[in-house]
Design a protein around this ligand. Structure first.
Ligand code: PEP
Length: 253
């Protein structure tokens, strides 16, 4: 039985004041939703503050990115050891915005996943196809190559420690959500890819759906057999919406 996970990706949003209000409003929900894990991923700048705010609640704190190198002359980067210093448990890796805007390749993403694993941080490996790729029938090939880059460099055993987030690029921040059936199809495809190597690990790997999840569509997405929760962008900034999404995950158990 996989334990659902609902993660908020705050992206480049937030402030000291807004973070305090948001976490304050989410604490009750996280306390109530005992059958799931709840996590938020603020900007690096606010990791300390949010970790402190969450210290007496079950809300986990994750980072949105991480460097694949240990230390040194990498201006502007943040290392896995720095995240560990703050006891950060999760890190998003290969978010489509990182892949598209900052040209992160499959190889770079795989290097980051490996570094996170080496340092004991759970990588949330984001994969997903663009609309063009879907329309030209390349969806499965794209997802497969994104997953395979990690499989080839880290091995199937690593997936016992990896969370996967399927995030179709055409659904991120657009208000257009994959239908539950579309999400299930890709989640099952990913799980089958893993099962070709190890059925037990595949059956235990958490696969989140991300892409315009909101209070209205979360329940039907989470009802799908291979959807184990959500990675939520815009709606994670609104306490009432994120709470409703967490409650939908709790009700799906
Ligand atoms: C995301 O950025 O990971 C995301 C899913 O965003 P949104 O929910 O806003 O589509």
């Amino acid at each position: 039985m996989r334990r659902p996970l609902v993660m908020g990706n705050w992206k480049m949003n937030g402030s000291l004041l807004a973070n305090k209000a948001l976490i304050g409003a989410l604490e009750v929900t996280a306390d109530d939703c005992k059958a799931i894990d709840v996590a938020v991923c603020p900007s690096f700048v606010y990791l300390s503050q949010v970790t402190e705010l969450c210290s007496s609640s079950p809300i986990h704190v994750g980072a949105q990115n991480m460097c694949d190198q240990d230390k040194g002359a990498f201006t502007g980067e943040v290392s896995a050891d720095m995240l560990r210093d703050l006891e950060i448990g999760f890190v998003l890796v290969g978010h489509s915005e990182r892949r598209a805007i900052y040209s992160e390749s499959d190889a770079m993403v795989a290097a980051k996943v490996n570094k996170a694993l080496e340092k004991g941080i759970v990588p949330v490996l984001c994969v997903g196809e663009t609309l063009e790729e879907r329309q030209s029938g390349e969806m499965q090939a794209v997802i497969e190559s994104q997953v395979r880059a990690v499989l080839d460099s880290a091995s199937i055993a690593a997936f016992a420690q990896i969370v996967i987030a399927y995030e179709p690029v055409w659904a991120i921040g657009t208000g257009e959500t994959a239908t539950p059936e579309q999400a299930q199809e890709v989640h099952a495809f990913i799980r089958n890819l893993l099962a070709e190597h190890d059925a037990k690990i595949a059956s235990r790997t958490t696969i989140l759906y991300g892409g315009s999840v909101n209070a209205g569509n979360a329940a039907e997405l989470f009802a799908m057999a291979d959807v184990d929760g959500g990675l939520v962008g815009g709606a994670s900034l609104k306490a009432a919406d994120f709470s409703a999404i967490c409650q939908a995950a709790q009700a799906s158990v």
